[in-house]
Structure formats: C-alpha cells, structure tokens
Design a binder for this molecule. Structure first.
Ligand code: FMN
Length: 199
C-alpha cells in the first residue's frame, strides 16, 4: 500500500479544533500572547488556502495606549454615521478596545487579478483569521472575532495604515481567559453535510 500523502491528523489537533470557543472580550486579561506566540499564530494564518499565492492575510496589533486611540477613532466614526449619538454611547465606543489587552485589526489585501476575484482573496483572509484563532486557542489564549460598522469606514482603514484596496474583516480581541472557558454545545454535523446523487 502506498504511503498516505499526509500523516493522519494527530488526535490532539482535532481535539483542539473541536474544543475551540470564543471568549467574550471582558473575560480576556493580561498576558496577551508574546511575539513568539503571535508569530506562530500568524504562521498558522499563512497556512490558509490561497489561490494564486496572493498572500492576502493582514494582522495589525493594537495594544496599550494605542487601544484608547482606536477607541477615539471608533467614536469619531460613530459620530459621522450618527451625528445625534449621545455622549454615553460614544463613551461605550471609546471603551470597547480597552476590554482586552490586545486588539487585532484583521484584514484582506485585495489585488486586482485577472483570474482571482476579490471574494476568493477575502475567503483566504477569513480562513487565515480562523487559523489564527485556532492557533491562539490551542496555545491557551482566548479570542473573540467581532465586527462593527467602523470596519467599513475608509477613514478608519487609512488611520490604521491599511491600503484603500484592503478590506477590514474584523476586530479580534485577544488575551488570557479569566477562567476555564465554557465549551458551547455545538450543532450536530449531520445538518451541514449531504452527498449528491445524480438524478
Ligand atoms: C466575521 C464575523 C464577525 C462577527 N462579529 C460579531 C459581533 O460583532 N458580535 C458578536 O457578538 N459576535 C460576532 N461574531 C461571532 C463571534 O466571533 C463568535 O463566533 C460567537 O460569539 C460564538 O462563539 P463561538 O465562536 O464560541 O461559537 C462574529 C463572527 C464572525 C465570523
């Protein structure tokens, strides 16, 4: 029998995938992953399928005082969308990035390509984010992938140093979970799979 092209996935890798769970940002504390752990998580992101080798994965770390500066940008963005937003609502927006020690703005660098449309590049970037989350979770860190209307605000993108053609896909809150996280009940897999039988 020929050798299998890949060794079977070690069961612990599968166990880690099946155990992954988001941690609410307020339950994430210091320490955030260090440079070595983040490097491994980004290396995992760079294992995502990538049509044409376009490498669309982009991760921007925001920590310390920079989180307050991000909060100010988020509040400005909200005020642009809703000039009547009350100060208390703006304060909530300002405080959001302070909930966890590390906020990662995750994006996709989209290139014009004759064969590879933007959606494929976004899909690869999203797959990269998923690998990033799985890697950090497997290392014992907690993460939560959140969105907000500010992701669509071109001024936020520019302020964070992303290119006009980049697409922001999420805010990833990262830290050490405050307690053993609850593992949510997951839906039965049968509902998501079917085999096609030609008529
Ligand atoms: C692109 C994307 C954006 C998301 N944005 C939000 C969000 O803004 N607010 C939220 O409560 N959950 C959001 N989620 C869902 C959470 O990341 C998380 O999956 C959810 O809380 C369920 O937890 P679980 O990952 O353990 O199943 C988003 C997920 C994705 C993939």
């Amino acid at each position: 029998m020929p050798d299998a092209p890949f060794p079977p996935a070690p069961p612990e890798a599968l166990r880690a995938l099946l155990a992954r769970a988001s941690v609410p940002p307020r339950q994430l504390h210091d320490p955030a992953p260090d440079a070595a752990a983040l490097s491994q998580a980004v290396a995992a992101a760079a294992c995502a399928p990538d049509h044409g080798g376009l490498r669309p994965w982009r991760f921007l770390g925001i920590r310390g005082q920079a989180r307050a500066a991000l909060g100010a940008l988020l509040a400005e963005s909200m005020l642009k969308r809703d000039p009547t937003a009350p100060e208390a609502r703006l304060d909530l927006e300002r405080a959001k990035p302070l909930r966890a020690p590390l906020v990662v703005a995750a994006g996709a660098a989209i290139r014009a390509h004759p064969k590879i449309p933007a959606w494929e590049q976004e899909a690869s970037a999203a797959a990269g984010i998923m690998n990033f989350l799985n890697a950090l979770d497997a290392m014992g860190f907690g993460c939560c992938w959140l969105s907000s209307p500010a992701l669509q605000d071109p001024e936020i993108k520019t302020a964070l140093g992303f290119a006009e053609t980049d697409r922001l896909l999420g805010w990833i809150y990262v830290g050490t979970p405050e307690a053993e996280r609850p593992r949510p009940q997951r839906p039965a897999p049968e509902g998501f799979w079917r085999d096609w039988q030609p008529a």
